[in-house]
Design a protein around this ligand. Structure first.
Ligand code: HEM
Length: 540
């Protein structure tokens, strides 16, 4: 934890006066002040001055130990300041002094002005150039030429083995068909559907099936049961705060579940979710869960548990963490990418018309069941998906890499050559590349045509990241997005664009471009405060 962030969590005053006796008012007022910080009600309580803990504290505070602790802390702070500014391996990199000195700088833009460090970093790049030191340890780079150096592949084979082994297309199609039935149920009513909840439900059901061979039927549930997504998002928001106080988070997470539930949404839902995954994996391990035996496809955790992986890699606790990551990643990113796509398609009749014509050519009866390989060969649908991925970013958190060797950053246009020492945290941000105005002119506009005009642009599609840490669910989610958009828009039109075989139209409800624009970063992209997200109604 950053020593200069300590004042944020430490109590503001501790008694050090040697004259304070155990019986005097100074003592009482000091401790009541300490207690009142945690709960103002305590300041009214008359303290038991002879309580052994308080006596011990008083002896401690009146001893030389306090002096030594203060002097040592002060010396350490001075050492830390001098080291970070002058002797750190990244001391020579440009950037604001304050950011180099303390995480409080990042804390201010990430927490006090929530989620805004992403924009501050962009402003720093304008001021200092493509390479900036953004905190005491991290170098951030904003230069498309650098991505290949950062994202080379050193261990992909092992990881991709798991992700490609599972063939889930029948489940994907079934969940999407059910989603379409739900849309039909809403047809002609004034009910507003929260598109993000609908897509989160679909994505969650699919990724649960991928992991466990069973799912929660969220697509069928009332309001698409957003409980998982809500917990995941709240957790990602609170993680932004907890990353600054990691040891405290470890302590907090070790509290009993009943206590955690009192700490607010972001923390409260997480243990319940973890507990459910733990039980699920334990049931598979012990043979109580046999869901996979009825499936026609392999499922992730049954495969892992019956594999030859070393036992220490298959502990229930470890696999529970993996499940949280995979189900969370598989739900939230898909939800947002599909919401972006649907917003822009309904907002842009010309784009929707071209898509519907392309779909009609391969699905003349508008069945919405075109085989995936055919869909993947459609240029305009592929362009729409690339453009939606570009504007949904995957994650807005910085993608960090630490290498055990020095990394050289050199621009082909010339300029200074930077060598980042081994062990340096080097990061890039997907939105920086996706809004690079030389690569994606008019970058905030939804223009699928750009991917057809210049197929080489695909090199700059970073939504799934690249290299060895590239998204594990890329194949699965690509199948989901192709199938979902093709099925929905084979069957539905929009208000200005209703085809003769359409079974209804989708309309945006109180949703504007501001509801889908990136406003800030809390690990996931966040919309402007107060936004209700993408909302639609279904007309006849
Ligand atoms: C539109 C949908 C998705 C997008 C845009 C997306 C994007 C990303 C990105 C940007 C990363 C970070 C990689 C890095 O740190 O460099 C990532 C990691 C990951 N994603 Fe996805 N993802 C999507 C869907 C999914 C799905 C459906 C799954 C699960 C089946 C999944 C599982 C994972 C996992 C497990 C990781 C961590 C990989 C690792 O650390 O090695 N993602 N994803």
């Amino acid at each position: 934890m950053d020593i200069l962030l300590m004042p944020v969590i430490l109590l503001p005053s501790t008694p050090s006066s040697r004259n304070c006796s155990i019986h005097n008012d100074c003592y009482a007022s000091t401790y009541s002040r300490i207690f009142s910080l945690w709960n103002p009600g305590y300041s009214q309580i008359s303290l038991n001055y002879f309580h052994p803990t308080l006596v011990a504290m008083d002896l401690f505070l009146n001893s030389k130990v306090v002096g030594w602790v203060l002097v040592t802390t002060a010396l350490y702070c001075i050492y830390d300041v001098v080291y970070r500014i002058y002797f750190s391996p990244v001391a020579s990199f440009p950037g604001p002094r304050l950011a180099a000195l303390t995480f409080a700088y990042e804390f201010y833009y990430d927490i006090v002005k929530p989620g805004q460090y992403i924009w501050k970093i962009q402003a720093l790049h304008e001021q200092y150039g493509p390479i900036v030191r953004i905190n005491p340890y991290e170098i951030h780079i904003n230069d498309p030429e650098f991505y290949d150096a950062l994202f080379f592949n050193d261990r992909a084979a092992n990881k991709w083995y798991w992700s490609t082994k599972i063939q889930l297309q029948p489940v994907v199609q079934e969940r999407i068909d059910t989603l379409i039935s739900r849309l039909i149920d809403h047809r002609g009513t004034s009910a507003v559907i929260q598109a993000e909840n609908a897509f989160a439900a679909m994505a969650n059901d699919i990724v649960m099936e991928y992991c466990f061979g069973r799912h929660e039927h969220r697509v069928e549930a009332e309001n698409f049961d957003p409980s998982f997504s809500t917990t995941s998002r709240a957790a990602s928001h609170s993680l932004t705060l907890w990353k600054f106080f990691h040891p405290v988070l470890t302590l907090v997470m070790s509290l009993p579940e009943s206590e955690l539930c009192r700490l607010g949404d972001g923390i409260a839902g997480a243990p319940t979710m973890k507990h459910a995954f733990f039980q699920q994996i334990d049931a598979i391990r012990s043979g109580r869960d046999v869901a996979h035996s009825e499936s026609s496809y392999a499922t992730l955790f049954h495969e892992i548990l019956s594999s030859k992986l070393p036992e220490h890699e298959k502990t229930t606790l470890r696999l529970t963490d993996e499940a949280e990551l995979i189900v969370g990643a598989g739900t939230e990113t898909t939800r947002w990418t599909l919401s972006i796509a649907v917003f822009h398609l309904l907002d842009n009749p010309t784009v929707l018309r071209t898509l519907k014509e392309e779909l009609r050519a391969v699905d003349p009866e508008c069945q919405g069941k075109t085989p995936l390989p055919t869909l993947q060969s459609l240029p305009f649908l592929s362009a729409i998906i690339n453009e939606s991925l570009r504007l949904s970013y995957g994650t807005t958190q910085r993608l960090q890499r630490v290498f055990p060797f020095p990394v050289v950053f050199e621009r082909s246009k010339g300029g200074k050559v930077w060598t980042m020492p081994a062990g340096t945290a080097i990061s890039v941000s997907i939105p920086d590349l996706h809004h690079n105005k030389d690569i994606f002119p008019d970058s905030c506009s939804f223009r699928p045509g750009r991917w057809i005009e210049d197929p080489a642009l695909i090199k700059y599609q970073l939504a799934f990241s690249k290299g060895s840490r590239r998204c594990l669910g890329m194949n699965l989610v690509t199948a989901e997005i192709y199938t979902c958009l093709a099925a929905v828009f084979a069957k539905f039109g929009s208000a200005p664009l209703r085809g003769d075989k359409d079974i209804g139209i989708l309309k945006l409800s109180d949703t504007t471009i501001d509801d889908v624009k990136l406003w800030g970063d809390c690990f996931l992209p966040i919309q402007k405060p107060g936004s209700n997200g993408v909302r639609i109604t279904v007309g006849v």
